[in-house]
Each structure stands twice: as structure tokens, then as C-alpha cells.
Design a protein around this ligand. Sequence first.
Ligand SMILES: NC(=O)c1ccc[n+]([C@@H]2O[C@H](COP(=O)([O-])OP(=O)(O)OC[C@H]3O[C@@H](n4cnc5c(N)ncnc54)[C@H](O)[C@@H]3O)[C@@H](O)[C@H]2O)c1
Length: 334
Amino acid sequence: MVTVAVIGAGGWGKNHIRNFRDILSCHLKTICDLDERVLAAHKASHDDIETTTDSASVFRDDEIDAVIIATDAPSHYKLVCDALDAGKHVLVEKPMTLVPAEAEDLVKRAEAAERVLMVGHLLEYHPCVLQLKDLVDGDQLGALRYIYCQRVNLGVVRKDENAWWSLAPHDVSVILFLFQAEPVTVTAQGQAYLQQGVDDVVFAQLKFADGRMAHIHVSWLDPHKSRKMTLVGADKMATFDDMEPSEKIRVYDKGVDVAGSIVAWDLSLSLRTGDILIPKTHGGEPLRDECLHFLECVQKGTTPRSDARDGLRVVRVLEAGQRSLQDGGVPVDL
Ligand SMILES: NC(=O)c1ccc[n+]([C@@H]2O[C@H](COP(=O)([O-])OP(=O)(O)OC[C@H]3O[C@@H](n4cnc5c(N)ncnc54)[C@H](O)[C@@H]3O)[C@@H](O)[C@H]2O)c1
């Protein structure tokens, strides 16, 4: 039995609370939030759970083994430091930090303390992303050439972070997960329409040393709710549409075969448009799987799929993208 506390019980933290309360292998002892009204709402429905506005009291509590930090991003670094210093295992929401140097420091601190530090890169726990990963690793698409993704909606408009930092951590983490590589350059262009200096829409490119690339479009100022990803391999192509209630993945036997040496270009290329396969996808709430994975890592002392090093890689890409945004879209080397 792992005893846990959730720090930050707002819009997303309440989903952690629901899951950690439902999972039988853990005991949710405490909910912590700076806002008394937020705590009162949770107390009304979970009167057996302690509430506090003081995170230090959570860290002092010897019964608590692990904390989930779901506060706003600028507070992550300090809270994770305090939690690790107190000997707690930590699941921190994305983005792990807003500064690569702080993310590097957290990697070192977690390793020195021999505590689990996991980052809430939710999509790495999505059953469909794991199916895509199996397709890629099983060479069923051929060499993966490029990926593009779109994560757009109307809202939630944030004020402390722009759409890039708010939405793109999901896409960046999946792209690095599928490619198993870090990009060499990041290029991003965006625009702030609603609040000065806070980009509402961002188009970004990640280029990898071997010629692979990825494109990310994020926005909270869009008429569509879209969460789509397209993978183009040398042999086949695949799509993942998370807005579909079922049939979220499609594998297209489509490609262009290049025959022999190119004497006459149009004769040497043959377009292939074969079957479209819709694999059966597994259900399950990705956040529940993420929470279960965290508890298992705490219990067994194993390294999480989205560990602190993964968090650092994502923060590096986000920060490079931010620099590119500020410099009008120049490529930034990593
Ligand atoms: N994984 C996902 O899919 C996903 C989705 C949404 C949000 N998030 C992430 O979750 C985090 C929280 O986002 P949100 O939408 O819930 O924000 P929110 O503003 O709704 O909630 C944050 C809560 O944290 C509390 N808080 C802030 N500092 C605190 C501190 N020092 N101690 C205790 N409580 C504190 C605030 O009072 C607030 O209630 C962000 O990092 C966000 O990026 C992740």
C-alpha cells in the first residue's frame, strides 16, 4: 500500500484525486491546495481525506510515501525540490519545469535521493500511442520518415503559459517516444492575439540529424477540437485520431516505390494504394494507466517510462521552441 498526497487540486488535479482514490493499491491521505474554496469542494465529497493549504506539512508527514504535483507549471521546480528533499517519490505534471537548467537539477536530485521522479506525459500511457509504438518498433510502417500532429480547440486559454508550453508537451513527448531521438533544431512561429506576449497559436518544426522531421500545430483559438497525429513510414502510413470514439488508429498500405536507377523519373516511381487496416484499439483511461505505472515504479523501485530524463528532453525542446518563437521563427539548435 502506497500512501499518497495530491498537491494542486484544480482542473487537472481533481482527475488525479479521482484515480488515486479509486486505485486499491494506494491510500490517498491528503489533498493540498492554496485555495480554501478548492479544498472545501473536495472535503464535501471526500470527508475521509485530510486537506491543507500548506505543502510543507505534506512533506513533513512520514506516512506519505509519494506526492502528485498538479499545480501550475511555474511552481513545479520548487515543490519537486522540497518533495525530494523530504524523501518523497514524485509524479509531477507536465511541463516538468519551465527552464532546462532546473529540469537538469531535478534529474540529479532524484537520482541522488534514489526516489522515483515521473512526469505526467499522459500520452505515453495512451493505449493507442503504445499501439503506434508497437507498429513503429515492429517495423510495420518501414522506416519512420515524418510525423505531424494537431492539438487545437477553443480554450482553455491560460495566462501564465502560452499555447506552446500548455499543449505541445504532449506532442513533443510522443514524437521523442516514437522516434527515440532528440531533434537537432527546433523552429517555431506563433502569434498572440488575446493577451500580449502569450501566443495563442504555434506552428513548430523539429528536425532530426538523420533527416526525420515532425510538425506540431497547437492552438486554443480554433473552431475545431482536433487531436490528430499522422505517421509516414517508408512502407506504410498511420493516423491516430483521439477525437474518434472508436477506430482511432488507421494503418494505410500507401507509399511510393522507387524502382532501380532513375533513368526516366516518371517510369521509376510507382504509387501504392492498398488496404486500410483499422486495428482494434484497447480502451482504458490513460490517466489511470499513468497512475498505476507510477505506483508500480514506487513499489518495485523501477524507472518510469516518462522519467525525469524524459521530462528534461521535452523541456529542452520546448525551451528551444520558445527561443525560436521570440526570434521570429529562426531555427534554434539543441
Ligand atoms: N496531463 C494532462 O493532460 C494535463 C491536462 C491539464 C493540465 N495539466 C497540467 O496540470 C497542471 C495544473 O493544471 P490545471 O489546469 O489543473 O491548473 P489549475 O489552475 O486549474 O489548478 C492548479 C491548482 O494548483 C493550486 N496551487 C498552485 N500553487 C500551489 C502550491 N504551491 N501549493 C498548493 N497548491 C497550489 C492552485 O490553487 C490551483 O487550484 C499544469 O502543469 C498543467 O500543464 C496536465
